[in-house]
Design a protein around this ligand. Structure first.
Ligand code: MN
Ligand code: MN
Length: 465
């Protein structure tokens, strides 16, 4: 059996086949895969919103000796810094010893916002024994998936006097949770015969927050008053303070291992924390002669807009400030920089095989997935990365034994999507998409493989070397 024919040998030599990373990994590396996942799950539970992900990233950075950077601060080789943008996005960077104009910055760009259900500005009402908060969903969700599951409320309220109060209810074992009602199947005949997009309409995504009438015969809306009185006691809030609040309903589940063998992780918001956490830890854990930088940005799920999204000038300004502080010409620095735009991709799912083209789809556990292009139809709206740059990155991965694959988001003309890559590339920076394949992307609970998570981390380390 071990005697190979000439054809068998040639086939092995010449043909390309994806590898399952669990299979390819040594026992020692397998252990590293499982160990790394523990830190990631803790990060997921601590960081369900961009504000929390930002704060948690800063806490982890400080632990590793990173200190805060502000525009204009001096910089020198070896400095380890983090830069916070409005508490909703964060950039961590380490200044390397190589000349910045020739070597540029090694950038990893990922996002820390995730699809969810945001509370409106005048949200609270009661009806028929229940108090609710009106919502407006954020990002691309299948609305029906957000009903009949436990929800937590996260966010910040700026009170009338300007004080900011942080709210996080529904995560601790003793906390109450919240809920979006669905219709019982007994009365759901009409609902279930309709279009899935209309099973639950946007204005039906009302979050159930109370049911106890305030004990006073003289007031109307007694349940609403009970809720208001609790908010006042706990947070000093009045109803008017919702006007300047940013509250989100997110799934109340913690991250958990999935499967008898614990190979997978189920959690809310893998997209894109499964790339943000490896980006962060790759910068924090490792010294390299290059100047390396990870940006964890906000607003990707709604088009990367606003002053915390990646289209904001703040990130460009920061890189310019770094260049100035190191006496380098920013245009030369940009031209020499390289970026992995790190966002998730769709994992091939045999349960929905008809939307994928299997040869080019990401297969679970075959490693982090590079997308030469995203976009839709004829690659519209995509950063179609250069073969030369892909070749360069491929060599880095090869050298470090990274198990990785390429991916495409579904069959041609089936759908598509885009991410932050094109905005970084616009700055005259070589950029390619690389990220973890996800099952049920944008669902309240998504699934990834621990092997792909660790492959992503290893890929970032190789890129920074
Ligand atoms: Mn994403
Ligand atoms: Mn997304």
């Amino acid at each position: 059996m071990s005697e190979k024919t000439k054809g068998q040998k040639l086939l092995k030599e010449l043909s390309y086949k994806k590898q399952n990373y669990f299979e390819a990994a040594s026992e020692e590396e397998k252990k590293a895969i499982f160990d790394y996942a523990e830190g990631y799950k803790a990060f997921l539970d601590a960081a369900k919103t961009e504000r929390e992900a930002c704060a948690e990233s800063v806490a982890l950075a400080k632990k590793k000796g990173f200190s805060e950077y502000k525009f204009g601060d001096p910089l020198k080789a070896g400095d380890q810094k983090y830069f916070v943008n409005r508490g909703k996005s964060v950039v961590v960077f380490r200044v390397g010893s190589l000349p910045l104009e020739e070597d540029g910055i090694r950038i990893i760009a990922s996002h820390i916002d995730a699809p969810r259900v945001d509370i409106k500005q005048n949200p609270l009402y009661e009806d028929s024994g229940m108090a609710f908060l009106k919502t407006h969903y954020y990002g691309g969700i299948k609305k029906y998936q957000w009903t009949a599951i436990p929800l937590a409320l996260h966010g910040a309220v700026v009170l009338k006097d300007g004080t900011k109060v942080e709210i996080r209810v529904g995560e601790d074992a003793g906390d109450p949770v919240f809920y979006i009602n669905d219709l019982l199947p007994h009365l759901g005949q009409e609902q279930m015969s309709g279009h899935a997009n209309k099973l639950i309409e946007g204005e039906q995504l009302n979050v159930l927050v109370g049911g106890l009438p305030y004990p006073d015969e003289e007031v109307s809306d007694k349940i609403k008053l009970t809720v208001l009185s609790i908010l006042h006691d706990k947070y000093g809030m009045c109803e008017e303070d919702f006007l300047s609040a940013e509250l989100s309903a997110v799934p109340a589940y913690p991250a958990r291992d999935v499967g008898f063998d614990r190979a997978l992780i189920g959690a809310y918001g893998h997209d894109d924390r499964v790339c943000a956490y490896p980006a962060l830890t790759a910068v924090l854990d490792n010294e390299t002669p290059h100047t390396v930088l990870a940006m964890l940005v906000d607003k990707e799920e709604i088009g990367s807009e606003g002053n915390t999204g990646i289209q904001s000038k703040v990130y460009e300004d920061l890189m310019e400030e770094i260049s100035i502080a190191l006496g380098a010409n920013f245009r030369k620095v940009r031209a020499a920089s390289k970026c992995l735009s790190s966002d998730v991709t769709a994992a091939y799912d045999p349960n929905f095989a008809n939307v994928y083209e299997k040869m080019n789809a990401a297969i679970l556990s075959c490693g982090t997935a590079m997308c030469k292009f995203t976009g839709s139809r004829g690659k519209s709206g995509s950063n179609d990365a250069n073969a030369e740059f892909i070749g360069e990155v491929r060599k880095m991965f090869e050298k470090d034994g990274v198990v990785w694959q390429t991916a495409e988001l579904g069959k041609v003309d089936i759908g598509g999507g885009g991410t932050v890559a094109k905005f970084v590339a616009n700055l005259n920076i070589d950029t390619v998409d690389l990220g973890v394949p996800v099952i049920s992307m944008h669902a309240p609970w998504e699934v990834i493989s621990k092997a792909d998570l660790y492959s992503n981390y290893k890929a970032f380390l190789a890129f920074m070397k």
